[in-house]
Design a binder for this molecule. Sequence first.
Ligand code: NAD
Length: 462
Amino acid sequence: MKAHDGMYIDGAWRPAAGRDTIAVVNPADEQVIAEVPAGGAEDVDAAVRAARAALPAWAATAPAERAARIAALRDVLVARRDEIAETVTAELGAPLPFSQAVHAGVPILVAGSYAGLAASYAFEEKVGNSTVYAEPVGVVGAITPWNYPLHQIVAKVAPALAAGCTIVLKPAEDTPLTAQLFAEAVHEAGVPAGVFNLVTGLGPVAGQALAEHEGVDLVSFTGSTAVGRKIGATAGAAVKRVALELGGKSANVILPSADLAKAVGVGVANVMGNSGQTCSAWTRMLVHTSQYDEAVALAAEAAAKYGDRIGPLVNAKQHARVRGYIERGVAEGARLVAGGPEAPREQGYFVSPTVFADVTPEMTVAQEEIFGPVVSLIRYEDEDDALRIANGTVYGLAGAVWAGDEAEAVAFARRMDTGQVDINGGRFNPLAPFGGYKQSGVGRELGSHGLAEYLQTKSLQF
Ligand code: NAD
């Protein structure tokens, strides 16, 4: 894995305007593995100009040609799959098998889905005496987080390319090497110069400059609610489009008729995967009072089994933050049945898989996004109580419902204020729209709904 000391702008690696750098740290052993340039407003401006200049020609390309470029990009990601997995493991810390399957595997699926959609989407339709065209929004400023570093890039760049938009990407400071590798892949796929540009840098510097740039037509952001709010306000003031994928505190609702052991086992695994750094993780497990003690025992056992297979958290700040939340849980009266705030290893930002029992809905660990391997078991008395608890946070990103009968689970899921629900452990679908109700965000990613975010409509009357 090699680090570029420049920015990918207008089809080439160019030196940054300034000399500041960002040190990339391997969270498993705390060693610096690379330095990348910390770009500023000047770099962002050069990238946005390149994207603007490339826009008319790319927007005018036939959808089949855009589909061919995205398919080529997918093929490069396939060919470089091992390198992608190793890079994500080095800078995020995810265990290699998880990086192989998820961090490298899912972006391949998503890129493939947009190669198909670019070719098949109805960019033109007849409505009465009108023809309605779906046209690209323009230049996209994409700001992405570190937790699924390649997936979150591909979930923005692939639909933007399919729509005919051009892009400037500002990836998270913790995972810039994956973003540089992606820029190489875009280049290899033959995407024309200026259509995709990469500026590495700090959020409040390069990220903010991108969000504020008047040459950007749409800001697509994934990350914390605090920053999302700021970006939304900036975009609102400039009357530009914005898409926000923010935090979550999703509920895993286990109805009494469910297969309890399976629901608890899958539920714990859902939280522990990626060390709990998943915005859609089901971090609140809701169990009927009659099955509560059994569920607690099953969850503690499942977390203990996870043991050493868990990777570290991404950085020292998240390590301190997550351990602080665990201490807060104990202080507020939750009962630790697995894990705890102590660091299990001397080196690396590790936290043990942690299970809290006797959590009440208003506790901090049941309300705030922890972003670590911590699951809270909450008891409910009846279905209405479960629904009140499930809907009782400011978030609404995802969730799960388990029941003996699918129809029973669906009826409950339809009453949840959330954007995506897995029924009895439903499989990941890269074409299903993903995004939040309430403070979990604005807009949708993936599939045709994700593509529509990058389109605007024009109607001609005859
Ligand atoms: P963050 O919101 O600070 O960072 C996300 C992206 O925004 C990064 O690229 C960052 O550089 C950029 N950014 C930061 N400040 C900015 C600004 N003022 N203007 C423009 N861009 C800016 O998130 P974080 O600090 O990496 O993580 C903090 C918390 O956010 C986590 O603990 C977690 O709760 C949440 N989070 C959620 C997701 C998600 O997928 N929903 C992903 C990562 C983090």
